[in-house]
Each structure stands twice: as structure tokens, then as C-alpha cells.
Design a protein around this ligand. Structure first.
Ligand SMILES: [Zn+2]
Length: 361
């Protein structure tokens, strides 16, 4: 199977989040045919290139990407589930996010196996389900992968090395007032007016900027208040979505909002931690070398990296995040091949740096 055929087969196997059965089965079959020994954990698929196990202290580097896609949106000019080539570019749902990264990782694994790069360490490849619906796949698979020393998260970044990514914190705010007839509004306290004053404060609020990610902006995304046209509302609820940065904890953000707003603030959703890896870590150095870049960048979108805990990690892959979750998503063969070369070079360089670290302490 050529790189083009592999990408086409992956894109041609529909895998909207929650329906990864077919793509998972396809991968197991395909990886076995390529000479790997894939294991299935639920619908997640993983395999190793190298020694296997972690008994000898050699480093273990995780390559992880996701098998699922979002559902197709409106506006596709062709069938999103039928991959088709326009010149050297493959169009189809998931081509860019993230089946290009999956294909590039598999092709890189073939190179690493052929070069016997595994004598210096083990590359662990994991392709997981439901990244687009809360990261269930990586959370159930991670404890089964054994000791890991670093990770590469495959998402379309144009092969830019992301050493930081935003998290997500969703807050529920409730403004309380006192109800009254509108004709006697002075007797009441208008909860919607109170909420509105808080929203103006939120818009003006500035958090300390992160060097790679910039500042966090609170965004009011939903408002609900008022029971009747002629009644002063005694309650107004609104939702605030913050794309957080790793220099501020969720607790600090909540404390700051609680102090500045009159509304009561509580956490509606968290768990997507903001992440960052120090530029001095071998994984960042290796990724930059493989990318031919001097400095890492930050990423505004979250990913399965949010669930990797303190594992030093970078996010990088072929394609462009601006094409994700949009009609007529595509990836070029040139991007796929560059991704393959990048991942293979990254693994080689990472194992080389870890061997040097082991010698020099
Ligand atoms: Zn993705």
C-alpha cells in the first residue's frame, strides 16, 4: 500500500466520533500486514517499534493521534465520506484532522522498523477513539501503554512544533436579584442588569499573558434570564468559556472572576488542562531539529495532549488546523510525506539525545 493508498483507505473508512469500529478493524488488519503486532484496547489500536517493554531503561516515546472525525458539516462540494483526489490533494472528512497524522505516523513506524532505530529506545504508536468527544480513547488507553518518557501528539499544525496548548474552562455565572412588577421596578433588583454589568467587566478583564499563547479572554457564550415581559427578573444565568493558558490554574481564574463579579461563579466544565513543555526538554529539541525550526509555537486548540498529565510532549502534524471541522477538508501528498519524514527524524533525534543524557547524566 502506497502512502496515497493508505491515506485514502483511512479517509474512506468513515469514523465519526463514537463509530470507530470499522477504522479500528481496518488498522489492525493493515498494521499486521505491514509486519507490526497491533493490539486493540476497545476501539483503540496501538503497537511498538523497538525492544518492547520498559525493562532495560531505554526511553519510550509515544506517538499518538486520533481515529475519529467530527460529523460532516454543511457546505461540502463532494461526498465527505468518499475520498477523492484533486491533483495531489486528497479531499475527504478527516483527511487533515487527523488521518494525515495517523498515516504519517504509520509510515514513519515502517521507516523506524526498517532502520532498526529501536535499538536506542521504543516508539509506541497509539491511535485512539473519541478525541472529538472528550478524549475517552486516550484516557482509557494511556494506563495500558507502560512507562512513557515523552509524547508527540499528531494534529494538523503544518509541522510547526507546538510546545504549549490552551486548555478549556467553562464557568456558570448566576446573578441574583429581587423580583417586582416593572411598574414598581424600584422595589426589585434587576438580575439581568446585574449580569450585564458583570459581562462588561469580563470583556475588559486581562489575564497575565503566556509567552507562547498570549492572554486568556473570557467569552460569554450563553445567557438566560427573565420569566415575563412585565416582571423585574430575579435571576440571570450566563456561561463563560475561557481558553486557558498554563501560567494560570483553573482555581486562580475562578478566584479572580469570583472576586471581580457580583454574580456567583461555579465550574461547569474543566478537565482540558492547558499544557506546556519546557524548551529545554529533549522532546522539544528533537522536534525542532526534525522540523528544521528554531523556536516552538503555541496552539489555541486543545487536543488529547490535555490528558497526558506531566509527560513532556509536543503537538505537531501535517496539515493545517484552519482546514479542520470545515467543508472540503484536504491534505496533500507532499504534506503527508513531509509528516512521515518529520516523525521518523524526530524519533531518531529524541533517542540520540536521550542516549547522550544517559551518558552525561
Ligand atoms: Zn484533531
Amino acid at each position: 500500500m502506497s502512502p496515497a493508498q493508505l491515506l485514502e483507505a483511512l479517509v474512506g473508512t468513515a469514523s465519526v466520533s463514537g463509530t470507530e469500529e470499522a477504522v479500528s478493524a481496518f488498522l489492525v488488519k493493515q498494521l499486521t500486514a505491514l509486519g507490526f503486532r497491533p493490539r486493540q484496547e476497545g476501539l483503540n489500536v496501538w503497537f511498538e517499534v523497538g525492544h518492547g517493554g520498559s525493562h532495560n531503561g531505554a526511553p519510550r516515546l509515544l506517538f499518538v493521534s486520533h481515529l475519529d472525525t467530527v460529523p460532516p458539516c454543511a457546505g461540502w462540494s463532494t461526498d465527505p465520506f468518499k475520498p477523492h483526489w484533486e491533483g495531489e490533494s486528497l479531499h475527504g472528512l478527516g483527511a487533515n484532522d487527523a488521518k494525515g497524522s495517523v498515516a504519517a505516523m504509520i509510515l514513519a513506524a515502517q521507516i523506524l522498523m526498517a532502520q532498526e532505530v529501536g535499538s536506542n529506545g521504543t516508539a509506541v504508536f497509539a491511535f485512539v477513539r473519541e478525541e472529538e468527544r472528550g478524549g475517552q480513547g486516550i484516557q482509557e488507553l494511556l494506563p495500558k501503554l507502560g512507562k512513557l518518557d515523552a509524547a508527540v501528539v499528531g494534529e494538523p499544525t503544518g509541522l510547526k512544533v507546538c510546545a504549549a496548548q490552551r486548555g478549556m474552562l467553562v464557568l456558570q455565572c448566576v446573578a441574583q436579584g429581587v423580583s417586582a412588577h416593572v411598574a414598581h421596578a424600584k422595589l426589585g433588583e434587576n438580575a439581568i442588569h446585574k449580569a450585564a454589568r458583570d459581562m462588561m467587566k469580563l470583556e475588559a478583564m486581562a489575564f497575565e499573558a503566556h509567552p507562547l499563547l498570549g492572554t486568556t479572554k473570557p467569552v460569554v457564550t450563553q445567557v438566560n434570564g427573565g420569566l415575563a415581559r412585565n416582571q423585574v427578573p430575579d435571576r440571570c444565568e450566563f456561561v463563560v468559556d475561557l481558553r486557558t493558558t498554563p501560567n494560570l490554574s483553573d482555581a486562580q481564574v475562578v478566584a479572580r472572576l469570583s472576586a471581580e463579579l457580583q454574580s456567583h461563579v461555579s465550574v461547569l466544565a474543566s478537565g482540558y488542562r492547558p499544557m506546556a513543555t519546557d524548551a529545554g526538554q529533549a522532546i522539544v529539541k528533537a522536534a525542532l531539529k526534525a522540523a528544521g525550526a528554531k523556536v516552538p509555537v503555541g496552539s489555541d486548540t486543545t487536543s488529547d495532549w490535555a490528558f497526558l498529565g506531566d509527560l513532556p510532549a509536543v503537538k505537531a502534524g501535517p496539515g493545517d488546523t484552519m482546514r479542520s471541522h470545515r467543508p472540503n477538508e484536504w491534505l496533500s501528498l507532499k504534506e503527508l510525506n513531509a509528516g512521515t519524514t518529520f516523525y521518523a527524524a524526530l524519533a531518531r533525534e529524541y533517542f540520540r539525545l536521550k542516549a547522550l543524557e544517559a551518558v552525561h547524566g
